[in-house]
Design a protein around this ligand. Structure first.
Ligand code: HEM
Length: 213
């Protein structure tokens, strides 16, 4: 029980820190996304900057909302207090995921790294949507444990951007690989990690539920 509370505490810290970071960085420090866009030189597809930026603002807003609403719905305390809140907030999460995927669909063709990057992002979109819809179907069929597990899998994708930047920095700054190559590696590396890490968390969760008190 205590272990699960500690895991939630860590999750809350990382999520809140990242939400604040994403909002401050993208709406305040670098609203023109100039540092990110500076790596798009030589891209075959011409980017329409005002449209791209507006789509990016919507993308970030709903990504943060997905992260926040998802976090709140993992809280046992909130769940026990109000199932109605959990349900409404769950729909907020699903609509947010749909809007992140939609905006991502617009940005994907212009992805850093060209076609390979674009394919990776489209794969992410399809996988995330599929996993999230599966979580919804599970609860419609009243399968609580499966719903929780699929939501853990879905929520992991809220960390896509964080993971992409961490892996890119590791390969670019750490190993000296070119930025675009590092970014492309990070897209596929993130997909793999975002599929694998939740499986460990689900197992840990299962063990802590079945372990004697
Ligand atoms: C909390 C989660 C997320 C946040 C805060 C976020 C934020 C951002 C930001 C700020 C950008 C602009 C570039 C940058 O600085 O990275 C971006 C780009 C992008 N994001 Fe997200 N994002 C999130 C999740 C996702 C997810 C789950 C997907 C796909 C399913 C996605 C797809 C994309 C795409 C395709 C781009 C354009 C990449 C490029 O031009 O190379 N994002 N995102």
């Amino acid at each position: 029980m205590k272990k699960r509370g500690t895991l939630y505490g860590w999750l809350a810290c990382v999520s809140i820190f990242f939400i604040v970071y994403a909002l401050v960085k993208n709406y305040w420090i670098d609203p023109e996304a100039s540092s990110f866009l500076s790596h798009k030189t030589g891209s075959k597809r011409e980017l329409h900057l005002p449209i791209w930026l507006n789509v990016m603002y919507v993308h970030v807003a709903f990504a943060c909302l997905a992260m926040e609403s998802g976090l709140l719905n993992f809280s046992n305390r909130i769940f026990e207090k109000s199932r109605r809140f959990h349900r409404i907030n769950g729909y907020v999460y699903i609509v947010s995921v749909a809007l992140v995927v939609l905006t991502s669909g617009y940005m994907a063709p212009y992805a850093t790294g060209g076609k390979i990057g674009s394919i990776g992002f489209n794969a992410l979109n399809i996988i995330w949507l599929f996993i999230t819809i599966t979580a919804l179907i599970q609860i419609k069929q009243k399968r609580m444990v499966q719903h929780r597990n699929w939501m853990i899998r879905s929520y992991a994708f809220c960390f896509t951007n964080m993971l992409i930047h961490l892996i890119t920095s590791l390969f670019h700054l750490g190993f000296g690989l070119a930025y675009v190559t590092s970014y492309t590696v990070s897209i596929y590396g993130s997909i793999a990690l975002l599929l694998v890490i939740p499986e460990f968390i689900i197992r840990m969760n299962f063990k802590s539920r079945t372990a004697p008190e």
